[in-house]
Write a protein that binds this ligand. Structure first.
Ligand code: GAP
Length: 425
């Protein structure tokens, strides 16, 4: 965000903010999920999760149409906050608790997802403060500080990566849903009336970004929100096909001027911008892109992990674990291996390491057979390995091995940096 866009700057806001921030943002009153308890097992569930699980079961049993209808009905009832209707849907679908196997449910209730704690000593007058459930509000309350100090002109964005906390009743599916997770958010401030145009632009830009990292198109799709959050006038998810089905990876929301207006109202401080092009003061509208870093990591991992069977030259087979991640995001770009521990090979390999490590992350290893060293790098997705051998001492060339094809070629040491950088572009 901050590197590829000249009009986006970064920030690192606080996790604890004044409690009124969360009153203003609407989270104290409306950041909740409809929940239901099973009276026999005492287990608590999110109602939409129960219905989604039933839809997945129907789909698995060949009843795809019924599954779609069920999800559509759930969306309609959620959008209308119709808890009686949702409760009826659970009964009609004979949805039972996975532990007690009974349908002995309580009524549906709303549970706030924010974690709170006390500021100050408990014996003194204590104030409830919240751990931020999204990083976005830290950007809104700092909007003018950033705009003024970085001399930004609308349209411009503020981006941030940071922890967010939600009291998810069911944290599951590995790192898909957690109580403590990392968000990467960007708030883009625009002139009122242009927000839906920017919303469409950001939808496409974010989709293309996922494609540029090697995620195949057929594993991504848009899902429009039926029930809009309290702050949005348009919202869409980019869904990724995880091993457990298509699920939300990223959200793009047109948040109107809701947040800035509310902070203005609750803080008594003006949050307006003077637009010199049209000679007008206004509260900007905001288009937000919001993605879970952990969820992104899971999508990349599940898309690129392969246990590959390799047929060797003699016809026998072998297995390797390989991570087919784009060189752009591979943690290590180049591994450098001296063939042996002697004859000056480690020295030359170290020289190469020192040169290349100025440009991108490298890894040096001398232990074990070359084959084993290649396998370890395959498993963490290192796109290139080079081997320094006796010929290298004579003609300043090395063997470069490509992770996916396992092909090897001889190249000049002087061409190494350019070869790796070309793959990262
Ligand atoms: N500021 C808007 C916002 O927070 P959201 O759809 O609630 O919107 C944005 O969250 C993204 O954060 C999601 O698309 C998801 O990737 C990630 N996310 C949300 N809750 C999460 C959780 N409990 N565990 C891991 N990631 C989560």
């Amino acid at each position: 965000m901050t590197q590829l866009h000249e009009n986006i700057v970064g920030i690192d806001a606080a996790i604890f903010m004044h409690p009124t921030t969360w009153k203003a943002s609407g989270h104290v009153d409306s950041f909740s999920d409809p929940m239901i308890d099973n009276k026999d097992s005492k287990k608590r569930y999110r109602v939409d999760h129960l219905i989604e699980a039933k839809a997945a079961e129907l789909k698995g049993g060949g009843e795809a149409e019924a599954a779609e209808q069920l999800l559509a009905e759930m969306d309609r009832l959620l959008a209308a906050d119709d808890y009686t209707g949702l409760r009826q849907l659970l009964d009609d679908q004979k949805i039972v608790c996975s532990v007690s196997k009974t349908a002995n449910w309580t009524d549906i209730r709303q549970f706030n997802l924010m974690f709170d704690t006390q500021l100050g000593s408990v014996t003194e007058e204590a104030n409830t403060i919240y751990l931020r459930p999204e990083t976005a509000q830290g950007i809104f309350v700092n909007f003018l500080n950033v705009q003024k100090t970085a001399r930004m002109k609308i349209p411009f964005g503020i981006a941030q990566t940071g922890k967010a906390f939600r009291n998810e009743i069911v944290a599951r599916q590995f790192i898909f849903r957690m109580r403590e997770f990392e968000q990467m958010e960007m708030q883009f401030f625009v002139r009122p009336g242009t927000e839906l145009e920017w919303y469409e632009k950001w939808k496409q830009t974010r989709f293309d970004w996922h494609l540029s990292l090697g995620t195949p198109k057929e594993k991504l799709r848009f899902h429009n929100h039926v029930k809009l959050a309290h702050y949005a006038n348009a919202a869409v998810d980019i869904e990724f096909e995880f091993p457990f089905g298509f699920k939300e990876l990223e959200g793009i929301h047109s948040r109107t001027d809701y947040d800035l207006s509310r902070h203005q109202e609750f803080s008594g401080k003006k949050l307006t911008y003077f637009d010199t092009e049209i000679n007008k003061h206004y509260v900007p509208y905001v288009v937000e892109t919001s993605i879970g870093l952990d969820r992104m990591f899971l999508s990349i991992l599940s898309n690129s992990y392969e246990e590959e069977t390799i047929t060797k030259e003699d016809g026998s087979t072998d297995q390797r674990v390989v991570l087919h991640i784009s060189p752009k995001i591979a943690p290590v770009k180049l591994a450098i291996f001296p063939l042996t521990k002697k004859d000056g090979l480690p020295e030359l390999a170290h020289d190469i390491y020192q040169k290349c490590a100025q440009q991108f992350r490298c890894f040096y290893e001398v232990k074990d057979a070359i084959g084993k060293r290649y396998r370890r790098q395959d498993a963490i997705g290192t796109p290139f390995c080079v081997t320094v051998d006796h010929q290298s001492l004579e003609d300043q060339t090395v063997t470069i091995r490509h992770r996916d094809s396992m092909e090897q070629q001889r190249i000049a040491i002087n061409d190494l940096i350019q070869t790796v950088q070309a793959a990262m572009a």
